[in-house]
Design a protein around this ligand. Sequence first.
Ligand code: IPD
Length: 277
Amino acid sequence: MADLWQNAMDHAVAAARRAGQVVREALLDDRKVMTKSSSVDLVTQTDQKVEQLIIQSVKEKFPTHRFIGEESVAAGEPCILTDDPTWIVDPIDGTTNFVHAFPFVAVSIGFSVNKQMEFGVVFSCLEDKMFTARRGSGAFCNGEPLQVSGQKDIQRSIIATEFGSNRDPEVVDKMFSSLRNVLCIPVHGMRGAGTAAINMCLVASGCVEAYYEIGMHVWDLAASSLIVSEAGGVLMDVEGKDARASADGGDARRGAKSVRCACVFRRSGRSDVPTDR
Ligand code: IPD
């Protein structure tokens, strides 16, 4: 049977590639930086321009579909997920990286129907890596299949995390305390690419065993959550419960802009990946 959403997915891949080109060109220009919730929560005209480019191109082809876009929500649009086909867009995941030309910047496009992710596209546009996943059909990077790490021992693992944009000292203390707890397990190392979507694609690729962050947004996770689960990984909240409900818009459904937490772990017990590192 023909895949009902293949057309939409092809469109998402093409739109992400075009958006990535705009991002790369913008890196050569002056980047006018504005702030959102705090002085370190950055946005640029390129974020807004790229989001509009993606949304306009989708509207022309799929006029009945709905959207949740990071910059549209910042501009006051509602962040509500319904059963309708919905495109969940982060035009530049890693805006701070983009501002500083730190070389990890992603265009993230997730697509949900009946509140379930159907496909996810993350284009790491400075590395020219196109990560894709279609529900039930696996995850890929530039067409090559992805599989999460099979490492079962956290002491032999690399864990990724991010610090977000809240610089309230109490919040920072809690982040440092979690960081210390994880680092002193001890783990092999901790990393952060500066973009949630790419961190999750690193988990899907098997080179990072887990990623955690408190207070991510639905557009940070929508596409990459499917890429991780299709690569054999799991998403869980701080209590160890399945976090896909948050990742694929559960919090958006409740009208919240950010999920409480997302931890992404490799699924243990896979025998087809070397475990000794
Ligand atoms: C942010 C990045 C960052 C993560 C934040 C995200 P943005 O997205 O992914 O790494 O720590 O939680 O909001 O603002 O660059 O699209």
